[in-house]
Design a protein around this ligand. Structure first.
Ligand SMILES: C[S@@+](CC[C@H](N)C(=O)[O-])C[C@H]1O[C@@H](n2cnc3c(N)ncnc32)[C@H](O)[C@@H]1O
Length: 284
């Protein structure tokens, strides 16, 4: 079992919601008179989804920016590089480092994106990243980020789905005599910091808040099974259990949980809604 993020990154629901968000970021830039940018820095690139969507959304008369991708995983950067090379004329630069230790030249960048990753950092590390992003941006440069791990991400009616899948998964693990390591700390992504935390993070770090929006995504059974197979998701939902076993148990629990607590869409498919918070900020 690979436990990487890549399978979920290819889920149609994930591409759609991130694509809507990226389009909105371009609208925000255009409304503020932006007509071009030279250099894009993408933090926690993973499978390269954000860069891919940024390139896909680039207006036809804007030229392709130089691209720098950052991730702590060398394997993720390799996937990103292979995926993006055919789309680019310039070389893509990849930095294998933690985003909180990012070290790029001051005022060298026009746009920074940080897709679906800020919730892995505790508030202190988030502040460190904000400082580094602000230093890297030219005056008036843009910082865009999004997350589906914040307090308002899970509508009230969806909570029984999460409770049920965790209960079923724990039951499965017990049947297999897999036990929890009690001393292990819950990962930061499970803290679900509220929307206003992210707004304050931006304004307290020398950025102007340009746009904040919440976008609903309807995730079907397959998408939930895929995200449950991602190590960082499984570790958040079932912290303390061995990750591989936890991921497998969660995946098995999705079908009965979505059957009982999901809603039905116009095509007769069950889904659970999840909200994405998307933030556009400007260095002042
Ligand atoms: C959920 S994926 C997001 C990928 C992509 N940005 C997207 O929006 O689809 C998270 C990525 O963040 C990386 N990551 C997590 N914490 C990190 C950190 N502190 N520094 C750098 N990369 C990190 C992981 O290696 C993984 O590739």
């Amino acid at each position: 079992m690979s436990l990487t993020f890549e399978p979920f990154a290819n889920a149609v629901e994930y591409i759609n919601v991130n694509s809507q968000i990226v389009s909105r970021w371009f609208e925000t830039m255009k409304q503020k008179g932006e007509r071009q940018f030279e250099r894009l820095l993408d933090l926690a690139s993973g499978a390269g989804t954000m860069v891919q969507l940024m390139l896909d959304s680039l207006p036809k008369d804007w030229h392709k920016p130089l691209i720098v991708c950052v991730d702590r995983s060398f394997e993720a950067l390799e996937i990103t590089r292979q995926r993006l090379i055919p789309k680019l004329t310039e070389k893509i630069e990849c930095l294998c480092t933690d985003v909180e230790h990012l070290n790029v030249s001051k005022q060298s960048t026009d746009v920074v994106t940080f897709g679906n990753g800020i919730h892995y950092l505790d508030p202190e590390k988030q502040n460190q990243v904000m400082d580094r992003v602000r230093d890297s941006l030219k005056p008036g440069g843009w910082f865009f980020f999004n997350t589906a791990f914040y307090r308002e991400a899970r509508p009230e009616w969806t909570l029984p789905f999460y409770q049920k899948k965790v209960r079923l998964a724990v039951q499965k693990l017990r049947e297999k005599s897999v036990t929890r390591q009690k001393e292990e700390r819950r990962p930061t992504s499970a803290d679900f910091l509220p929307r206003d935390h992210y707004e304050k993070l931006v304004t307290n770090s020398g950025f102007e808040l340009s746009d904040v929006v919440e976008v609903e995504a309807r995730l079907g059974q397959k998408a939930w099974e895929l995200i449950s197979g991602y190590s960082q998701y499984a570790a958040g939902a079932l912290h303390g259990f061995p990750t591989e076993e936890a991921a497998a148990a969660l995946q098995e629990a999705i079908a009965p949980a979505i059957e009982e607590f999901g809603r039905t869409d116009e095509n007769g498919n069950r889904y659970i809604s999840r909200n994405w918070l998307a933030v556009a900020a400007r260095a002042v």
